[in-house]
Design a protein around this ligand. Structure first.
Ligand code: C2E
Ligand code: MG
Ligand code: MG
Length: 559
């Protein structure tokens, strides 16, 4: 009696769960306090329940497990009374108790360890920012999926999605905002795909969606369009609405290969191709894309070397004062003379330079050289000239822009009043407060500010009031419409009237005919620039034109 009592109190107070179970029918004979606590039962409640009620497995597995537990420790999932899972390590001895074959189970709680392991597992397989699958898990899923599709004779699509201009967003709004955007994109992608499709983040702004069980490419197109549609609603970053678009490159198993590596590579190629065509679209992989991507890469490599190898040159296009007919300034326009003598226009390399960040050193080179050339012309007696330099969005976002600007002015000795910077409307449409600050800091150096390609952005005219600018350049397309299209003249007139109320100088770009020039003189446009007077010229030719004293005759006729 006494030893029985002692034995009971030891068992009852043990910190490990202890359970006596009949081996025969798996009925629970008794459980101690630690066991009851672990599974949420009150004392005596488990008596007459069976192992089948508490082990979270089917009957057959439980029978097998019982045999194994008697030989070795097993990690097993148990049911808590509230239906949740508890992980336990079970070990057991068989004893004889009340003449029955009984197993004495020791139940050790390992829930915390298991949760931790699961968490580690999850972290190892998922991207920490978005919680999406990471590259490792994607590769696993893809190889499983291809094996499965092979058996079913279905196709499988791999969509590589990359946000358009993400770098610019990151640079202008900052990395924390970029992270919020990536999370929001991940969220939209997650809810849009079917539960058995995989969405992964490869890093940066690259996402992969694996679409299984599709019958043909038409289905793939529908899905790609649906994904692009997720981007028609703006994202909200720091309380500001932002429209973001994406480019999707698609490769299809089995047509584009059967290794994960090849399929991803081809989707990547297709994605780049899509970007090259302006983005905001999807594109299937096609063999000839490889060649174009290779061209692009060679272009990038040689552009990197262009500055050092002195392949970049500046052309200058005169700007004419429409009241005097005289050359009053010039726009610096970059050209790339490649080793083989071929002259490459900015449209062919500026977008690439923007995307790769090469625009920063290139832009700096342009600014320094334009300042130096202008200072020399002024020194030669061509007074009153003002040089215009184009500034890309990426450059504008640059932290040390103002320092760089001051540097270029000091180094060349150019008076800041002779320099004007051209910005595009899109640059001015991001965060207004930050932009006004930056523009003011630039203005404080003494330079002038101009808005290039005016009218092509989406902004309202009223925003001009708030920015410290001096000049707008009416986009070429409106100037062409002066004589082509009855509304064209009205639009140009409206822009002129509005700009003059705001005391802004107006320059007409791309003036090609005498009629256009005459219209501009009549409507009191201040300056013009265009092939009608002169195309952009190399420095020597531009200087020659200054020396010759060339003038616009239309202007003098009207004075
Ligand atoms: P933009 O600043 O609007 O420059 C005017 C463009 O119109 C120039 O093209 C010029 O050659 C062209 N153009 C001038 N007059 C006429 C005309 O009468 N008719 C027609 N059809 N075109 C005319 P370009 O030199 O090819 O430059 C294209 C664009 O590349 C520029 O547009 C500017 O946005 C960019 N760009 C050029 N140089 C630089 C640079 O140094 N830095 C940056 N960031 N961008 C540059
Ligand atoms: Mg310009
Ligand atoms: Mg322009």
């Amino acid at each position: 009696m006494e030893s029985e009592e002692l034995y009971r109190s030891v068992i009852e107070q043990a910190s490990e769960g202890i359970l006596l179970v009949s081996i025969n029918n798996k009925k629970i004979i008794e459980g101690n306090a630690a066991f009851n606590n672990l599974l949420g039962y009150s004392s005596g409640e488990v008596v007459n329940m069976s192992l089948y009620d508490i082990i979270a497995e089917g009957r057959e597995t439980i029978d097998l497990e019982v045999d194994r537990i008697l030989r070795e420790k097993r990690d097993i999932r148990l049911y808590h009374r509230d239906g949740s899972y508890v992980y336990a390590e079970l070990s057991a001895n068989s004893i004889t108790y009340n003449d029955q074959d009984t197993m004495c189970l020791v139940v050790h709680d390992i829930t915390e360890r298991k949760r931790f392991e699961e968490q580690l597992m999850f972290q190892a397989n998922h991207d920490s920012l978005t919680g999406l699958a990471n590259k490792g898990l994607l590769e696993d899923r893809l190889s499983q999926a291809t094996a499965y599709q092979k058996r079913k004779n279905n196709i499988l699509a791999i969509m590589l999605l990359d946000l358009d201009r993400f770098k610019v967003i990151n640079d202008t709004l900052g990395h924390p905002a970029g992270d919020i955007l990536l999370q929001a994109v991940a969220e939209r992608l997650k809810v849009s795909v079917r539960s058995y499709d995989t969405v992964a983040r490869l890093g940066g702004d690259e996402f992969v969606i694996v679409v299984t069980d599709v019958l043909n490419t038409n289905d793939v197109i529908t899905i790609a369009k649906n994904i692009l549609n997720l981007f028609t609603t703006p994202f909200t970053l720091n309380g500001q609405e932002l429209f973001v678009t994406a480019s999707i490159g698609i490769s299809v198993y089995p047509f584009d290969g059967d290794s994960v590596e090849h399929l991803l590579m081809k989707a990547d190629t297709a994605m780049y191709h899509c970007k090259g065509q302006g983005g905001n679209n999807y594109q299937f992989f096609a063999e000839d894309m490889n060649i174009k991507v290779r061209d692009r890469l060679t272009l990038e490599t040689s552009l990197r070397k262009a500055i050092d190898q002195e392949e970049l040159i500046l052309y200058y296009q005169p700007k004419v004062d429409l009241t005097t007919g005289r050359i009053c300034g010039m726009e610096a326009l970059i050209r790339w003379r490649r080793a083989d003598g071929k002259l490459v226009l900015p449209a062919e390399f500026i977008p690439l330079a923007e995307e790769t960040g090469l625009i920063i050193p290139i832009g700096e080179w342009v600014l320094r050289n334009a300042c130096r050339d202008t200072r020399r012309l002024l020194d030669k007696g061509y007074s009153g000239l003002r040089v215009s330099v184009n500034l890309s969005g990426r450059q504008f976002a640059q932290q040390n822009l103002v320092e760089m600007l001051k540097d270029a002015l000091t180094e060349s000795g150019l008076d800041p009043g002779h320099l004007e910077l051209e910005l595009t409307e899109s640059v001015l449409m991001k965060d207004e407060e930050g932009i006004i600050k930056k523009l003011c800091a630039m203005k404080e150096t003494g330079v002038m500010l101009s808005i290039d390609d005016f009218g092509t952005g989406y902004s309202s005219l009223s925003y001009l009031k708030r920015f410290p600018i001096d000049e707008i350049k009416i986009d070429r397309s409106f100037v062409q419409d002066i004589t082509n299209n009855p509304d064209g003249a009205a639009i140009v007139n409206a822009i002129l009237a509005m700009a003059h109320t705001l005391k802004l100088r107006v320059v007409a770009e791309g003036v090609e005919t005498m009629e256009q020039a005459m219209f501009l003189v009549e409507h009191r446009c201040e300056e013009m620039q265009g092939y009608y007077f002169s195309p952009p010229l190399p420095l020597e030719a531009f200087e020659e034109m200054l020396r010759s004293g060339k003038q616009l005759t239309v202007a003098s006729q009207h004075i």
